[in-house]
Design a protein around this ligand. Structure first.
Ligand SMILES: CC(C)(COP(=O)([O-])OP(=O)([O-])OC[C@H]1O[C@@H](n2cnc3c(N)ncnc32)[C@H](O)[C@@H]1OP(=O)([O-])[O-])[C@@H](O)C(=O)NCCC(=O)NCCSC(=O)C[C@@](C)(O)CC(=O)[O-]
Ligand SMILES: NC(=O)C1=CN([C@@H]2O[C@H](COP(=O)(O)OP(=O)(O)OC[C@H]3O[C@@H](n4cnc5c(N)ncnc54)[C@H](OP(=O)(O)O)[C@@H]3O)[C@@H](O)[C@H]2O)C=CC1
Length: 429
């Protein structure tokens, strides 16, 4: 049976890790070629993906381990440049699996397409007319993308708002239609844009106004994914801190983020440390996910914490994260980038909803990893120890010198490039 619990994976060489992975997954020869290739994204493919291509920009791809979500094992491909993220996520996943694992859920995948109408003579009447024609408009949207309905998705609902109704508003009045569209396993931006563009002439006719924007919203608040963990305090104890002290420190850290936007931004950056690398590894649109996540963090009128940490009546630490997730397992560049296909295979997700659940779970784990470190030893101890290798490389260390210099930086508690340069000079004399 597949397990993501691989103790000491990080102590192995890259070759040994690849052997372990290929023993776990049944890769085809083509997939193996891509996985072991020096150029997993061929320049010819890159040249078809964006404009003005001059090359590709590789990132490290690692595996987040130990994840048990809804009783299913996940090894999680994460593409990111920052050290300690994978270690931290795996560290928390190891603790949570001892507590029974994470639970996660997601709502129906309902994305939003917006249509902006200006210049109506009577906005209230225009709104009424649109609502009377709601079913016909939904049918028309579906007729413009029949394959989506055939898959069980399609436009499902329509709402209308009038913005800037007040006469003292500094902006002009406008009607905004929200078409709610189930995009199945696609993120859906292009699908939605096609559908809302097709409605524009009818909407103009019905309202007597002029349609300007016809575009998806990157805040799909009907497409939410949620993750949760419940951790007995004893699993949180460290050499120097009791489990209760760690739990209380995490809750205090959450309350800081919940009450102060300056802290919330950093707190939430730590959450996105877990989410973005999966979004990137699976070929999804990280700008869309980032934009939606931060909008959700502001939904109560003030920017706040994306996660909630509390204590239940048994004294367990309870963590929750809910975010909108515009991600897919098909569409965009997902089936174009060879590594994205392999990442999805390693992840073993069946649907976009399952992918969203995994992403929010790793975001929750990542947040706890950072808060546990911050509320105890401080971030520098674990993070900078792992960052020391990048510092050594930046100072000019190569080959076996990298680990030797990194270790000395950690032992001498001076993890900075200037110090590393001195050590490189000493080593190469
Ligand atoms: C780094 C740890 C995990 C060490 O923590 P530790 O307690 O020394 O870990 P451990 O040695 O007990 O190992 C426990 C497990 O962690 C994993 N693990 C342990 N070490 C490694 C490694 N080298 N490579 C890969 N995996 C590792 C591994 O799964 C291991 O299990 P095992 O396999 O041994 O059975 C801990 O100090 C930590 O989580 N620190 C926080 C790091 C962090 O949050 N980094 C994010 C970057 S900082 C930032 O950008 C965000 C921030 C902080 O500003 C957000 C905020 O302010 O909220
Ligand atoms: N604001 C934003 O976020 C914007 C983002 N984008 C970009 O749009 C891209 C995503 O758009 P998206 O519409 O998802 O991608 P696509 O345009 O690639 O559309 C998805 C395709 O997947 C096919 N498909 C196959 N299986 C399924 C399935 N199970 N469920 C759904 N579709 C399936 C559909 O084929 P078929 O035709 O046979 O139905 C459809 O053509 C991203 O690259 C994003 O960066 C673009 C504009 C704006």
């Amino acid at each position: 049976m597949k397990t993501s619990r691989i103790p000491g994976f990080y102590n192995k060489t890259v070759e040994e890790r690849r052997e372990l992975l290929t023993a776990m997954e049944s890769f085809t020869e083509d997939e193996m070629d891509i996985l072991f290739s020096k150029e997993p994204l061929p320049t010819e493919t890159a040249d078809k993906m964006i404009e003005n291509v001059i090359g590709t920009f590789p990132l490290p791809l690692g595996l987040g381990l130990n994840f048990l979500i809804n009783d299913k094992e996940y090894t999680i491909p994460m593409a990111v440049e920052e050290p300690s993220i994978l270690a931290s996520a795996s560290h928390i996943a190891k603790i949570v699996r001892e507590a029974g694992g994470f639970t996660a859920e997601s709502s129906e995948r309902v994305m939003i397409g917006q249509i902006q109408v200006v210049g109506c003579t009577d906005f209230a009447e225009a709104k009424e007319t649109i609502l009377q024609e709601k079913d016909a408009l939904i049918d028309a949207a579906n007729a413009s993308y029949p394959s989506l309905m055939a898959r069980g998705g399609g436009a499902e609902d329509l709402e209308v708002r009038v913005l800037n109704e007040s006469s003292d508003s500094q902006y002009g009045q406008m009607l905004v239609l929200h078409v709610y569209i189930n995009t199945c396993d696609a993120m859906g931006a292009n699908i939605i844009n096609t559908m809302v563009e097709s409605l524009a002439p009818t909407v103009e006719k019905l309202t007597g106004g002029k349609v300007y924007l016809r575009i998806l919203s990157n805040y799909p608040d009907r497409s939410l994914a949620k993750a949760r963990c419940v951790i007995p305090p004893e699993l949180l104890a460290t050499n120097d801190f009791s489990g209760e002290a760690v739990r209380d420190g995490v809750i205090h850290a959450y309350e800081f983020a919940a009450s102060d936007p300056y802290r919330a931004v950093t707190h939430n950056k730590g959450i996105m440390n877990g989410i973005d690398p999966i979004v990137i590894a699976t070929g999804n649109d990280w700008r869309a996910v980032e934009a939606g996540a931060h909008a959700h963090a502001s939904r109560f009128g003030k920017y706040g914490s994306m996660t909630v940490w509390s204590k239940d009546n048994k004294g367990n630490l309870v963590g929750e994260l809910e975010l909108p997730m515009s991600v897919g397992t098909v569409g965009g560049s997902i089936r174009v980038h060879p590594m994205a296909k392999i990442s999805l295979k390693i992840l073993g997700v069946e649907t976009a909803r399952e992918l969203a659940q995994v992403m929010v779970t790793v975001g929750l784990a990542q947040n706890l990893g950072a808060l546990k470190a911050l509320a105890t030893d401080g971030i520098q101890k674990g993070h900078m120890a792992l960052h020391s290798r990048s510092v050594a490389i930046a100072a000019g260390a190569t080959g076996e010198m990298i680990d030797i210099i990194a270790e000395r930086l950690v032992n001498e508690k001076e993890i900075r490039v200037g110090k590393a340069k001195e050590l490189v000079d000493e080593y190469t004399k």
